[in-house]
Design a protein around this ligand. Structure first.
Ligand SMILES: [Zn+2]
Ligand SMILES: [Zn+2]
Length: 214
């Protein structure tokens, strides 16, 4: 992937952007006009964010990203249906995006509805059924811990991308793609990346400054 950034570098961008957002040091929106001109001929986003449609969880804002940075796919409860998978495949194959983040969040209404088995109209039933796939083990529990259920749902979706959908495997094996689950905590504005060693917001103050100037 000469000249392109790696999955690890892309992840670093997200971690730092999220820190800027959480500590009210966002850089964007700024200079939209200039950026629009630069993007006129094409896009090279550095990450795919598969997230929830929840109005409070806008990837571009919570990762303090610019126009053209993120390829975003949002559905209620980030379900993995054909269109979502197809969109991800497009981003990986044609835009050569090196990182997919499955982004869950605290207080997710879609996952809550799935746990409560809401009697809903047909289209919503489909959505709930697909969330049920990833939280099966919790459906028998009387009062499951919602935070745990939401995290399980997010992690399961990311694991499925790595193991169940063979399309992504060769990219992962070649080191051209990284898939990671993450959780956005609404009360703090911070995103926790699962199976990522360096949770930068957990670093001591001095080191945090070095990482992202906050
Ligand atoms: Zn949600
Ligand atoms: Zn699965």
């Amino acid at each position: 992937m000469s000249g392109k950034i790696t999955g690890e570098e892309a992840l670093k961008n997200l971690v730092e952007g999220n820190l800027r957002f959480a500590y009210d040091h966002s850089l964007y929106p700024r200079n939209w006009g200039m950026k629009r001109q630069k993007l006129f001929k094409g896009q090279t986003p550095f990450a795919v964010i598969v997230g929830c449609s929840d109005s409070r969880v806008c990837p571009e804002i919570i990762f303090d990203a610019n126009l053209g940075d993120l390829f975003v796919i949002r559905t209620a409860g980030h379900v993995m249906d054909g269109s979502v998978l197809g969109s991800m495949q497009f981003a990986v194959k044609h835009l050569k995006v090196p990182l997919i983040v499955v982004l869950g969040h605290s207080g997710c209404g879609a996952v809550e509805a799935a746990i409560n088995r809401a009697k809903e109209v047909q289209s919503l039933k489909k959505l709930i059924k697909s969330i049920h796939h990833s939280i099966k083990s919790y459906l028998r529990e009387k009062r499951p811990d919602m935070d745990q259920v939401i995290e399980e749902h997010t992690k399961h979706d990311a694991e499925d991308l790595k193991k169940r959908w063979s399309f992504f495997l060769p990219y992962i094996q070649r080191g051209d793609l990284r898939v990671i689950a993450a959780h956005y905590e609404m009360s703090t504005g911070l995103v926790k990346f699962f199976d990522h060693k360096k949770q930068r917001h957990e670093l001591p103050e001095g080191e945090r400054e070095q990482v992202c100037g906050i």
